[in-house]
Design a binder for this molecule. Structure first.
Ligand code: FYN
Ligand code: ADP
Ligand code: MG
Length: 592
């Protein structure tokens, strides 16, 4: 426990203390107020949620107590918002839901947060324990704690008001310490009305001291990593979203620049160093992975996104064969190493501490990688960039992903502080490789699971947390998962510009029903849908754009006005491949 004494105050102090929200007359506080006071005491000032039994009053009282309460139309979107707020701030994002169905709606986001290492706390009200446990059929009956457990880092339930402080403290520590993740906190409806003497209540709260303690790497592990790195002829650094999360931006930049090693940013690590950095090997991905001899992973896992560190992508002969690389892996989780291939130099600790320990060992005179390696990477990269520039310069009719994204690329270049939210299949993959990012933690996307539906939740949270302009590039299918939240965006008047890349369907809009019946193919939507009118319905700005010029002026106007805007960008319905760049993950039928 921390060393800071909980503030003990007299009844008179309590009456004068603006942050203590108890009923001053009766000198009692209750479960509602203790939850709010515990969150505020820990610097948590925003709740993403959806009111209903039994937490409606909690949302009202939180707002009355000066918290920002952002109310959504579906809990999943509130959950995604909370999780990305956690990623952006290193504080657990709070999602608040009602019981059973509301809880389940939030649970997908909680599981996604855990998978992505985003710190988040899902707080759900729950029904009467006695009835739930005897399965007697209560209103919204469900054993939520048991269901949440396998999907999060930790799950807690608070039954007594005097334990709220401990419950919130444990939830915060679990969410942000070591590898961050999702935490579930179950608050039965009966808890909220329980009363406690104000002073006893105050004393029961905990201000968590050092919630995410630094984890200093062992010196021998640092030496091992440095020696391996020094022996490399063709070194490569892979930066993952753990590196972005760590907020060790200056040291990571120094590590890359002082070693002179080419680096590959994972999707959400784009912009950690500007994508235009001369050491970026993003445009030579398929060259550097198999060719590198020593790879240093910084907050990136060798999961499917890195082809599990083996197979053809890494120069292995068959899909299970390892390439010849040796790996250094910097990670806060001591269990991550060897999960897919051998890690020769695991470096366990928080990224800030690990990188600064490496920098201390590297000093000022670290030899640059061999010139042949650097020039081979540069040659590949420049060839790919030139090829890309050619594609982006063409202006086909109808507009395609490339000509539309050439516009987005310019817009982000001109507004590097804007957050870019991105989901879809082709809309995701093309945006990732075409739109350069210039600043850390500005690209927010589908992450480890490739989940669809993060779009509007991420937009709301990014705008609320950063106050900056948000631009979302959405496939028309992806947008559908959270589209109703454009009302939320309008309600809070957030500076969000949503661009829907509308090609009439999932992947593309041209599939036909093989059976010839009246139903359209499963991947096809209403042709020529006007998503812009959805935004108009709630008072935002809707624009129908069929050319890059129209798209450009609509985006520029959205940024200038900071008004909620939705641009229906009409894309060639034949453009787009099945699942974008991960077509190969589709099992192919043996029987045709
Ligand atoms: C990258 N590339 C570039 C640039 N950046 N070329 C020119 N200029 C620039 N700036 C090149 C890069 O070298 C690759 O070419 C190619 O563009 C693609 O780069 P990317 O996106 O980095 O690499 P790739 O192979 O697609 O990465 C694999 C992946 C990625 C699995 C990490 O596909 C990914 O993050 N996918 C997420 C998919 C997802 O979640 N989908 C949602 C579900 S969709 P080569 O080097 O020539 O290969 C449901 O169906
Ligand atoms: P990407 O998908 O970008 O490759 P991953 O989500 O797979 O990134 O990997 C992120 C890794 O970063 C996880 O293994 C996680 O344990 C680690 N991580 C997260 N935060 C920190 C931190 N502060 N210090 C060290 N490692 C971290
Ligand atoms: Mg589509």
């Amino acid at each position: 426990m921390g060393t800071v004494e909980p503030q003990v105050s007299t009844a008179r102090d309590v009456q004068q203390h603006p942050s203590m929200t108890a009923d001053a007359q009766s000198q009692v506080t209750d479960g509602f107020h203790l939850v709010i006071d515990a969150l505020k005491l820990n610097g948590i000032d925003t709740i993403f949620g959806l009111p209903g039994i039994p937490i409606t009053d909690l949302t009202r009282m939180a707002q009355a107590a000066g918290m920002r309460v952002i109310s959504f139309r579906h809990e999943q979107n509130a959950g995604y918002a909370a999780s990305i707020a956690g990623f952006l701030t290193q504080k657990p994002g709070i999602c608040l839901t009602v019981s059973a169905p509301g809880f389940l709606n939030g649970l997908t986001a909680l599981a996604n947060a855990t998978t992505n290492c985003f710190p988040m706390i899902l707080i759900s009200g729950s029904s009467e324990r006695e009835i739930v446990d005897l399965q007697q059929g209560d209103y919204e009956e469900m054993d939520q704690l048991a269901i949440a457990k396998p999907l999060c880092k930790a799950a807690f339930r608070v039954l007594h008001a005097e334990d709220i402080g401990v419950g919130i403290a444990r939830a915060i520590r679990a969410a942000v310490s070591a590898r961050p993740g999702g935490v579930y906190l179950d608050l039965p409806g009966k808890l909220f009305a329980q009363t406690l003497d104000v002073e006893a209540g105050r004393k029961s709260l905990i201000k968590v001291v050092d919630p995410a303690p630094r984890q200093i790497p062992a010196q021998d592990a640092v030496q091992r990593a440095l020696e391996l790195l020094k022996s490399a002829k063709r070194p490569l650094i892979v930066l993952g979203k753990g590196a972005a999360y760590a907020q060790a931006d200056a040291d990571i930049l120094a590590l890359v620049e002082r070693t002179g090693i080419p680096y590959l940013p994972m999707s959400m690590a784009k912009g950690l160093l500007p994508d235009t950095h001369e050491q970026s090997a993003a445009a030579a991905r398929s060259y550097v992975l198999p060719e590198a001899d020593v790879v240093m992973l910084v907050g990136a896992r060798l999961n499917w996104l890195l082809s599990h560190g083996k197979g053809k992508t890494w120069g292995g002969k068959g899909h299970k064969d390892w390439g010849g690389q040796k790996f250094i892996q910097i990670d806060i989780s001591p269990q991550e190493a060897d999960s897919n291939v051998r890690i020769d130099a695991p470096l366990v600790g928080d990224i800030g501490s690990c990188v600064s320990a490496l920098l201390a060992g590297i000093g000022a005179s670290w030899p640059k990688p061999p010139a042949e390696w650097l020039s081979a990477v540069a040659e590949r990269k420049n060839k790919n960039i030139a090829k890309m520039a050619e594609t982006l310069a063409s202006n086909p009719v109808p507009m395609n992903f490339h000509s539309a994204l050439a516009v987005v690329r310019d817009i982000i270049k001109a507004s590097p502080d804007a957050c870019l939210v991105n989901e879809g299949a082709n809309a995701l993959d093309f945006t990732r490789s075409i739109v350069d990012m210039y600043k850390p933690r500005k690209r927010l996307d589908v992450g480890t699971w490739g989940v669809m539906g993060i779009g509007m939740g991420f937009c709301v949270a990014a705008a609320v947390v950063s106050g900056q302009q948000v631009i979302a590039i959405e496939g028309d299918s992806a947008f559908g998962f959270s589209g109703m939240e454009v009302e939320t965006i309008c309600r809070y008047n957030l500076p969000v510009c949503v661009v829907v890349f509308n090609n009439n369907g999932i992947y593309r809009g041209t599939d036909v029903n093989p059976a010839g019946g009246p139903d359209v193919a499963p991947t096809v939507f209403v042709k020529g849908a006007r998503y812009d009118k959805l935004m108009g319905a709630f008072g935002g700005v809707g624009v129908h754009a069929t050319t890059p010029a129209e798209l450009r002026s609509a985006m520029e106007e959205a940024i200038r006005s900071r008004k909620p805007t939705l641009i229906n960008a009409v894309i060639d319905e034949t453009a787009g491949t099945e699942s974008g760049r991960i077509t190969s993950l589709n099992p192919s039928a043996k029987k045709k």
